[in-house]
Design a binder for this molecule. Structure first.
Ligand code: NAI
Length: 347
């Protein structure tokens, strides 16, 4: 049995409580599937600052780099206080250029739509997240949107390769190239070229993002893989979460060429922090994505067995209505984890 070190950042707000719940579930699955996982706890965000450390301590960077894989709880970025977001820093430091967010209808979760199955692929390093903001003159500020051919080409290739490997039918790019002719125009041209040159077998369409939003809320089942620049990807991820049950059920992964960081789409939810109310499912689903990634990259089947056990348990719990309050149930964060552990024991 191979031992895998995985860096864990519990994060801020609801981060520590959902992380604890998720690790309990993964540990129970690992024990049953005979997968050997060694959690390496590191800190980042407000909690790191409160411990007298930097926003992202050096040890955190070293451990992510050594483990290559990290599971991350949400981190708070105070608004208007000159803080660089932990997420933006991590994504840039490890060049985690591809954010992947699967948005799927879940069994037992009642929503307006059935059969939603969209994968959002977000360019994670450029756009308005370049963090280049200037005061030109008092009362006039600007923010720079950056797009480079290298990054647009890289994420386009990544998205089509992903779509092809997963036997998806179509990639839709949501953009505003009619207004941002240079930046979004470059991204659109790169996606178009990758499609024509390398993946003509797949469908490709480009939709102006405002119309795309309307189409998404009218009939999300018409979309398959969505390709977006950084800010659009951020906004559309939350919109799509709303189509399948909310932020408690949408996981995410940030991939670079060497490291991968798995985290939920949602933030640190300070409004419900410390009350045992948060749904740990989105982070748990991110952990399942991580286990599947390990099963592929480490070629260790125990990680795959582990992910199947967890998925089987949460699908059954959702169908039985054993959920947290955001999904209409009555379970607390910890009790939801207990239910999954009991269900896995019986599998
Ligand atoms: P948020 O995602 O934390 O919360 C939005 C709403 O969804 C809130 O009403 C919250 O209670 C609810 N919610 C979120 N996650 C939930 C869960 N697991 N279970 C049940 N309800 C849940 O977004 P908000 O309030 O805009 O941001 C709060 C903080 O989180 C900010 O500091 C922001 O910068 C940070 N953030 C961090 C992210 C990360 O670390 N990946 C991502 C997004 C935001």
């Amino acid at each position: 049995m191979q031992t895998k070190d995985i860096a864990v950042i519990p994060g801020d707000g609801i981060g520590p409580e959902i992380t604890q719940a998720v690790l309990r579930v993964v540990d129970a699955a690992a024990a049953k599937a005979k997968a050997d996982i060694n959690w390496i706890f590191v800190s980042a965000g407000l909690s790191a600052l409160e411990e007298g450390d930097e926003l992202i301590p050096e040890r955190t960077m070293t451990e992510i780099s050594r483990c290559k894989v990290a599971l991350k709880g949400p981190c708070t970025t105070p608004v208007g206080e000159g803080f660089t977001s932990v997420n933006v820093r991590l994504r840039k430091a490890f060049n985690l250029y591809a954010a992947v967010r699967p948005v799927r209808s879940l069994p037992g979760v009642e929503t307006r739509y059935k059969d939603v199955d969209i994968v959002i692929i977000r360019e994670n390093t450029e756009g308005l997240y370049s963090g280049v903001e200037n005061e030109i003159t008092p009362g006039v500020v600007m923010s720079m949107k950056v797009a480079s051919e290298v990054a647009c080409q890289r994420i386009s290739s990544w998205a089509f390769k992903f779509a092809n490997r997963r036997e998806r039918k179509k990639v839709t790019m949501l953009h505003k190239a009619n207004i941002m002719k240079l930046t979004d125009g470059l991204f659109l041209r790169c996606a178009d070229e990758v499609h024509k040159n390398d993946y003509p077998n797949l469908g490709f369409e480009s939709v102006i993002i405002d119309a795309g939003c309307m189409k998404l809320v009218q009939d999300p089942t018409q979309f398959d893989v969505l390709l977006l620049e950084n800010l659009y990807g951020d906004v559309i991820s939350d919109l799509c979460a709303g189509l399948v049950g909310g932020l408690g059920v949408v996981p995410g992964a940030n991939y670079g060429d060497n490291e991968a960081v798995f985290e939920a789409v949602h933030g640190s939810a300070p409004d419900i922090a410390g009350q045992n109310l948060a749904n740990p499912l989105a982070l748990l689903m991110s952990a399942v994505m991580m286990l599947n990634y390990l099963a592929e990259t480490e070629e260790e089947s125990s990680f795959g067995r582990c992910s199947k056990l967890i998925k089987t348990a949460y699908d059954a719990a959702l169908i039985a209505g054993e959920t947290t309050k955001d999904l209409g149930g009555s379970l607390g964060t910890a009790e939801f984890a207990d239910v999954l552990i009991t269900r896995m024991a019986a599998l």
